[in-house]
Design a protein around this ligand. Sequence first.
Ligand code: UDX
Length: 436
Amino acid sequence: MSDKPIIGVVGVGYVGLTTGACLAHIGHTVVCGDVDVTKIDRLRNGEIPIVEEGLTEIVSEGISTGRLEFVVGATEVAERSDIVFLCVPTPQDDDGSADLSFIEAASAEIGPVLRSGAIVVNKSTVPVGTTVVVDEVIQRSDITVVSHPEFLREGTAVNDFLHPDRVVVGADDRSAAEKVAALYESIDTQVIITDAASAETIKYAANGFLAMKISFVNAVAAMCEAVGADVVDVVEGIGSDRRIGREFLRPGPGWGGSCFPKDSHALVHVAASHGYDFSMMRGVIAVNDEQRERMVRKVQHAVGTNDLNGMTISVLGLTFKAGTDDLRDSPSLAVIGRLRELGATVKAYDPTATGTLSLVQESFLSGISVQQSIDEAMSEGDVLVILTEWPEFTSLDLERAKALLSGSAIVDTRNLLDPQTVRAAGLTYDGVGRLA
Ligand code: UDX
């Protein structure tokens, strides 16, 4: 392997594309491959298939400097690279475990054509022991497999990559781990080198802990409602303790997205398959499921009836959080699904779902009347429900809301609005854990 290894990336989803483009941005030569020919064609023209701040710019930069290239399939990536990042999906299987079929297929494809002495880097979130599985599929003594978990948040992934809290690399062969860690030489961060199983566990434990923080604050919010306290003050009071911190303590409709739901279930599953009942994590998941139901009950309470037949619900926000167009496992869609089951008609607005919807968006949003503006979504609604924390909803024009809605209630599941101001505008307000 030369001093400046060529990097390959297999799978250009959120993680693969960000990783490849950012590695090119910090000076590496990167070849990215994907089985999706249309996606590769679009990327070659600098078209980014996802909403991700800063990504378009660094992909264009990589293409124009010649350091970032897109090819079809994994074989060419492996043939041309010294370090190959596997960034393929690990979806949740029916039993809660992670489905490794994409990882296994990619490993089988690259195995025979990898350069001698190459390093394969597992970037996908995988159960403990997958480094060994990949090694067994590749079946070559001249190849080392390394676990290198990512901690990128959608919406801020580029920034997270370039300014990480830490870089974790795990391998049973320390020199291979050091070669991967050396890719980040130009980034000022802490590098943690571990064995493979520890690195794999770090990823699950990090996501599990973060999900636990949110479930905890959502449970505290429920308690605040029961005892007549305000969760905003409570979070200020506990968050100022440096051991606790303020981050990841925003109450809401529960956590969602492409990582926390599948990783939390996988963590329970991995633990159980090794004989440990991770009951705390099961509780974290149960609180999250309950949180979505709590939001539905708030809507029922706001309109004064459990039967929502004939009701029109105006919804603001469809994505699982702000800053992304990702609808996967969105709490908003879960709540909307329940409202529709109860008979409601849902009119919704989201800043990333305007104009002609993509096929992916259509598949997630079928049955929802998607509107082009906040005003259109609010028009004739019996209740206004805010489900995603897009900044533009924070400055909602309450006079217009009052004029356009046929009802007078706001359910603010992200605590974006000031309860007093909403009430002063002649509307009722229900947030999460706020004083009545
Ligand atoms: C997460 C991890 O943060 C990241 O490190 C990992 O690599 C992938 O999974 P992401 O799924 O992009 O990232 O979103 P994140 O910002 O962590 O939010 C996850 C969910 O929690 C969202 O539904 C969000 O709305 C919710 N959330 C987050 C809260 O409800 N309250 C909070 O305080 C923070």
